[in-house]
Design a protein around this ligand. Structure first.
Ligand SMILES: Cc1cc2nc3c(=O)[nH]c(=O)nc-3n(C[C@H](O)[C@H](O)[C@H](O)COP(=O)(O)OP(=O)(O)OC[C@H]3O[C@@H](n4cnc5c(N)ncnc54)[C@H](O)[C@@H]3O)c2cc1C
Length: 331
């Protein structure tokens, strides 16, 4: 049985892989390059604690997706022989004043595992400043992954199972069983009346070449964070501009982020970044990921993952595949 997918970001590719494994004949079309948008730009933190503060269905799905990630990466690596930079590195969350300290202490959703650390103890994990840090919490289960590695492996895994992937071929409407996984652009496909409106939230990232293992965990403070790839490349982010469609980096925003980077990690990032880039996070009026079947139609929606599409790819692929199998059956 045939299924079309609009969008070859991490969401569309993960769904394509799982559907092909379930025996479907899958074609993925992208308006531009495969994994050339948000999934190329994403930092790759897998951090439900910092991102999901309230109890909700998606909080639990984010925790589940983090738990599934190791197996997801291992399966992809085994199938493709391609290396994926994935590490359970833990996250250190910092508070610099009383208000932030109170926020750190707020009860966390069920399933978030947190340890208290002293500020001196936190310095054992990461090169945080000697002054200014008032409190720290340690989330040992959290992880990071290089999204570009995941997407490259997904392309190989999909092609090995016969998935057809076509670039520069925008989907304009849904004809036959279709999954809409076109991120910030999802609402541009005709005939999705009633579905939540998708829009972009632009975000900048800075990259610094640093010594390998000079900052093992993820460090978060408010909306800012830093994480280090296995080779030492250190990423600092980010900011948020809703409804901005141009992904070109803006000098003023880069300068503001660079200042925040040198304040948070002076020993590591007190210098101009080596690389800067920006991307368009897919958000929607639903204010949570839109992962569902449209009523009365063979159209599935899989967009609006905002700041967590890399984290939520395994669970989204599972939910959509289960829904398609339940609805269309297998050949
Ligand atoms: C700065 C930044 C930092 C981030 N950090 C993290 C992080 O640390 N952790 C995390 O989990 N997430 C992070 N994210 C979010 C994450 O990158 C996204 O949620 C995720 O990549 C969304 O994947 P997607 O496949 O839905 O969208 P995309 O990767 O944007 O893919 C959508 C695709 O659809 C294509 N398309 C558009 N219109 C059409 C059409 N009509 N027909 C066919 N194809 C079409 C586009 O060309 C694109 O390739 C970050 C994002 C940004 C920008």
């Amino acid at each position: 049985m045939r299924v079309d997918i609009a969008g070859a970001g991490i969401i569309g590719l993960s769904i394509a892989w799982r559907l092909a494994q379930a025996g479907y004949d899958v074609t993925v079309r992208d308006a531009g390059k495969v994994a050339g948008q948000s999934s190329w730009a994403g930092a790759g933190m897998l951090t439900p604690a910092g991102e999901f503060r309230e109890e909700s269905r998606w909080t639990q799905l984010a925790i589940a997706s983090l738990a599934e990630y190791g197996a997801f990466v291992e399966e992809l690596t085994l199938m493709t022989g391609q290396e994926i930079d994935y590490r359970v590195c833990g996250t250190l969350e910092l508070a610099m004043n009383d208000e932030e300290r109170a926020a750190l202490d707020r009860p966390r959703p069920e399933g978030i595992y947190m340890e208290e650390v002293t500020v001196a103890g936190a310095r054992y994990f990461a090169p945080i400043p000697l002054t200014g840090v008032r409190a720290a919490r340690w989330f040992p289960n959290e992880a990071q992954v290089d999204p570009r590695h995941v997407c490259a492996a997904l392309v190989t895994a999909c092609r090995a199972l016969g998935v057809e992937i076509r670039e520069n071929e925008p989907v304009r409407e849904c004809a036959g069983p279709t999954v809409v996984a076109s991120g910030a652009w999802a609402s541009q496909i005709a005939g999705l009346e009633g579905a939540p409106r998708a829009f972009p939230v632009k975000g900048h990232l800075l990259g610094y070449h640093c010594k390998k293992e000079s900052m093992p965990p993820i460090v978060r403070h408010g909306h800012h964070y830093a994480l280090q790839r296995d080779n030492g490349f250190t990423i600092f982010g980010s900011d948020a501009q809703p409804d901005v469609w141009d992904a070109t980096p803006e000098a003023e925003r880069v300068a503001a982020l660079a200042e925040a980077a040198s304040a948070l990690l002076p020993r590591l990032l007190q210098r101009p970044p080596d690389e800067v880039w920006a991307g368009l996070r897919p958000w929607s009026d639903a204010r949570e990921p839109v992962v569902e079947k449209m009523e009365g139609r063979d159209t599935w929606l899989a967009y609006g993952h905002y700041r967590n599409g890399i984290l939520l790819a395994p669970v989204t692929a599972r939910l959509i595949t289960e829904s398609i199998v339940a609805s269309l059956g297998k050949d």
